[in-house]
Design a protein around this ligand. Structure first.
Ligand SMILES: NC(=O)c1ccc[n+]([C@@H]2O[C@H](COP(=O)([O-])OP(=O)(O)OC[C@H]3O[C@@H](n4cnc5c(N)ncnc54)[C@H](OP(=O)(O)O)[C@@H]3O)[C@@H](O)[C@H]2O)c1
Length: 225
């Protein structure tokens, strides 16, 4: 049975990935930072739950060591917003560094720690849950400064890593989930959790080694960098 790893899996988009992948017959290793949250309600022998703080190298290593077998899909979903500062003079430099650490370096920690488990004969897919807000071409306003920068940095880490990882049969995709109803997205968001994750799973099915490095949204539309 194919093995998937999901970070930030206790709520929001991460938990929806867990639900839909379990329904599709995957074995899922789900990471939660502090609380089990919705993972507590799932009873499945194909679900393995482990503490995971992507900001901590030790936590990442402990989580990855708990995985038995090769990883076929890594979904780097965990992420934080940046406090919705309204003006550039409000930017908090310390929190900005944390946002960059969690959103851009956290996924890199995961890739490094799982690299041996992902390098095998069949294709491994790595999905980076980025955002249209990481698009430099699309940046037409201020605000969300650190969040935008963290997702742009994630995109560039991904492009640089994918060039090297091709020889190990690993394909990267950079996904924008849409503006989704979650704690982060808020109640005004037009896209449901089901629609977003179902769409991303459909896009993932078209992922190959040859098209590694696409920046694409949940409905299959390619995005500007
Ligand atoms: N919702 C949207 O409209 C939208 C749009 C574009 C992109 N995204 C991206 O989609 C992803 C998921 O967003 P969401 O809307 O589901 O957000 P959410 O509801 O706020 O959930 C965020 C998840 O990330 C986890 N997390 C935060 N920091 C972590 C850390 N250091 N280590 C491990 N887990 C951590 C949270 O765990 P705790 O429960 O412990 O806090 C939670 O499980 C994020 O990367 C976000 O940037 C969302």
């Amino acid at each position: 049975m194919a093995i998937a790893v999901i970070t930030g899996a206790n709520r929001g988009i991460g938990f929806e990935w867990v639900s839909q992948l379990l329904d599709n017959g995957w074995t899922v290793y789900a990471g939660y930072r502090k609380d089990l949250g919705k993972l507590e309600q799932v009873s499945s022998s194909n679900l393995f739950v482990h503490q995971l703080d992507v900001q901590s190298n030790q936590s990442v290593l402990d989580f990855c060591e708990s995985i038995e077998g090769n990883v076929d899909l890594l979904v780097n979903n965990a992420g934080v917003g940046d406090g919705r500062w309204q003006k550039l003079v409000d930017i908090d430099d310390k929190w900005s560094l944390d946002v960059l650490d969690i959103n851009a370096i956290g996924p890199v920690r995961m890739v490094k720690a799982l690299y041996e488990k992902m390098s095998h004969e069949t294709l491994t897919k790595v999905a980076m849950i980025s955002s249209l807000m990481g698009s430099i071409d699309d940046c037409k306003s201020g605000r969300s400064y650190a969040y935008r920068a963290s997702k742009s940095a994630l995109n560039m880490f991904t492009m640089a890593m994918k060039n090297e990882a091709i020889e190990n049969n690993i394909s990267f995709i950079i996904l924008h989930p849409g503006w989704v109803k979650t704690d982060m997205g808020g109640s005004m968001a037009p896209v449901s959790l089901f629609e977003s994750v179902n769409g991303m799973i459909n896009v993932l099915e078209t992922q190959t080694l040859e098209n590694s490095g696409r920046f694409i949204q949940f409905d299959g539309e390619l995005l500007p960098w």
